[in-house]
Design a protein around this ligand. Structure first.
Ligand SMILES: C[S@@+](CC[C@H](N)C(=O)[O-])C[C@H]1O[C@@H](n2cnc3c(N)ncnc32)[C@H](O)[C@@H]1O
Length: 235
């Protein structure tokens, strides 16, 4: 699969407000203090780890791993360019492991390996938090062919969640909701940048037609709730 590079390129996902709100949510899921050791799998630019590090000044810098070294990866964390499975096999232990909007990019076989490795990489009472797009009542602004692909993708995600439950057994479900309010022109840029995996394989024509559709369908300001499911596992 083509690499996803633009999911947070000047989008709400990289905004101060989003990162702050997301970190506040994480704090409700796991008590953090300066001794907490954190791993973010598929960390991207490591905005979340960086923000948590600024707040808590952890004794051990949070670790962010990603197969891609994106531009502007935050400097105040330990970044390792590595595949998640390869990294976890080294046996390092963490109090908190975050996997945000990454799990759907793995094959079923790799996902099972990854989940088992995450479990064994947690200290006793450690927490694993898996975030993914909410599948029911998702409000992401779409155009026709995008809607079709998103529907298929969210159906697959539902199967992935069932599979995660099978592997991890005791899980707890909650939701992270973020109010998005952005200019239509900004959202159109995101579509042109193929910000979500559903858009990666679309033809230029499909994207062009989608942009036309969005232009007609939405007012100048687009408002919706970006919702993520949070699957939590405690060792
Ligand atoms: C949609 S982005 C999400 C990034 C970040 N977690 C966030 O929510 O802002 C998915 C990220 O997962 C990374 N990724 C995909 N497969 C991976 C793997 N097997 N090991 C480590 N990172 C991976 C991609 O390179 C990309 O940076």
């Amino acid at each position: 699969m083509k690499n996803l590079k633009n999911w947070d390129n000047k989008t709400w996902l990289a905004s101060e407000r989003y990162i702050k709100s997301f970190c506040t949510f994480v704090k409700t899921k796991k008590k953090l203090n300066k001794n907490t050791k954190i791993l973010d799998i598929g960390c991207g630019r490591a905005n979340i780890m960086s923000r948590l590090q600024k707040t808590f000044k952890f004794k051990t810098k949070p670790t962010g791993i990603d197969v891609v070294r994106h531009r502007d990866v935050k400097k105040n964390i330990r970044f390792i360019k590595c595949d998640a499975i390869k990294f976890l096999k080294k046996g390092e232990k963490f109090d908190l492991i975050i996997i945000k909007q990454v799990i759907h990019l793995l094959s079923k076989k790799d996902r099972i390996i990854l989940l088992n490795l995450c479990r064994s990489s947690l200290v006793n009472k450690g927490r694993l938090l898996i975030f993914s797009l909410k599948t029911k009542g998702n409000q992401i602004p779409v155009f026709k062919s995008f809607k079709k692909k998103l529907k298929i993708s969210l159906k697959k995600d539902d199967k992935i969640f069932t599979n995660i439950k099978k592997v991890l057994k005791r899980i707890n479900i909650s939701y992270f909701n973020f109010k998005v309010n952005l200019k239509k022109t900004s959202y159109i840029k995101m579509i042109k940048n193929r910000y979500i995996s559903c858009l990666l394989k679309m033809t230029d024509k499909q994207i062009y037609e989608g942009v036309e559709e969005i232009s007609l369908k939405y007012k100048n300001q687009i408002k919706f709730i970006d919702s993520l499911i949070c699957i939590a596992f405690t060792k």
